[in-house]
Ligand binder design. Structure first.
Ligand SMILES: C[S@@+](CC[C@H](N)C(=O)[O-])C[C@H]1O[C@@H](n2cnc3c(N)ncnc32)[C@H](O)[C@@H]1O
Length: 291
């Protein structure tokens, strides 16, 4: 009896109704499509986030959903996109980790020749708050009609749609200084009471698109600054290094990369020199030494 139970451990449903086999299948799939590592401790979170798909598809168990995703109709119906959208964590807000915006202003924009275009990439932009914050900082420095642009990218297609809409709850804009808010955010009325929208003068400089940091084709253009914040924490060491190498190739020499404050790179890439907490400069390498 005991042996039989052990033999079938994979079939046993956890308290949240998900078998260990389904859990392993979801962990493998999310890693394969996004590089995100989700530990066993995330079981109930995974279960909670995927329940709505079971309901929508009229499926009775997570095993059925896994089958649908990996072997059934879901393989060609776009279900992997829904799955990915649900399992990414998209928490963000305007002016998050404000030291980076202060550094950008003082150490980068102030020294930049305003006759030259400047391109900034928000490389895991979620619903767009980081990209629009960058745009507001650029508009303050160079004016809304100058030659600058911000590209926001994310693996989540639902977040890209939200970013393009540019409508936010008051809670998401709580850190925006009053003068900036007054200039660049419009207060909603009627059904949009409690929401704000980004003004067109800012929106026109910001472009959003789907991009997978792990495997999308590298961009042909190079960037002056890349923000890649609060996404590396979801990757293992190997994936983190791969993503950093890919981003580094898209940075101009002498340009900067910002990571989240809890995402130190600890000498991961020799060409990225730490210049301030979670700020890295792409420096020239001469005979293995960084200049
Ligand atoms: C917590 S949000 C960070 C948002 C913003 N950068 C910030 O710091 O506030 C992490 C974002 O990374 C995105 N993400 C996760 N894996 C990704 C991948 N492989 N490629 C692109 N984006 C990814 C998620 O969809 C999510 O929107």
């Amino acid at each position: 009896m005991q042996t039989q139970t052990l033999k079938h451990t994979d079939e046993i449903q956890g308290y949240d109704g998900m078998s260990n086999r389904a859990l392993k299948g979801f962990q493998t799939l999310i890693f394969k499509v996004s590089g995100i590592t989700m530990s066993d401790a995330k079981k109930s979170l995974i279960a909670g986030r995927l329940t709505k798909r079971l309901r929508a598809l009229n499926l009775n168990s997570y095993d059925e959903y896994l089958h649908y995703l990996t072997k059934g109709e879901g393989t060609h119906s776009g279900e992997v996109e829904n799955f990915t959208n649900l399992l990414t964590t998209n928490e963000t807000y305007f002016y998050r980790e404000p030291q980076h915006f202060a550094f950008l202003k003082k150490e980068i924009l102030y020294k930049h020749n305003s006759d030259q275009a400047i391109r900034i990439w928000s490389a895991a932009s979620s619903s767009g708050e980081e990209a629009y914050t960058l745009a507001m900082v650029l508009a303050e420095e160079f004016g809304a009609n100058a030659n600058w642009m911000v590209m926001g990218t994310d693996i989540s297609t639902s977040m890209i749609k939200a970013a393009q809409q540019a409508i936010y709850s008051e809670q998401r804009v709580r850190m925006v200084p009053d003068d900036i808010r007054y200039k660049y955010l419009l207060k909603g009325t009627g059904e949009y009471n409690g929401y704000v929208s980004v003004v067109p003068e800012i929106k026109k400089h910001v472009h959003f698109e789907h991009y997978n940091l792990v495997e999308s084709t590298l961009k042909t253009e190079l960037f002056d600054v890349i923000f890649c914040r609060n996404v590396l924490i979801y990757f293992n060491q190997q994936t983190k290094k791969k993503v950093m190498e890919r981003l580094c190739r898209q940075l101009k020499q002498g340009s900067y990369l910002m990571t989240g404050h809890s995402e130190s790179l600890h000498g991961m890439l020799p060409e990225l020199k730490s210049v301030s907490p979670s700020v890295y400069l792409k420096a020239n390498q001469t005979n293995g030494l960084i200049s």
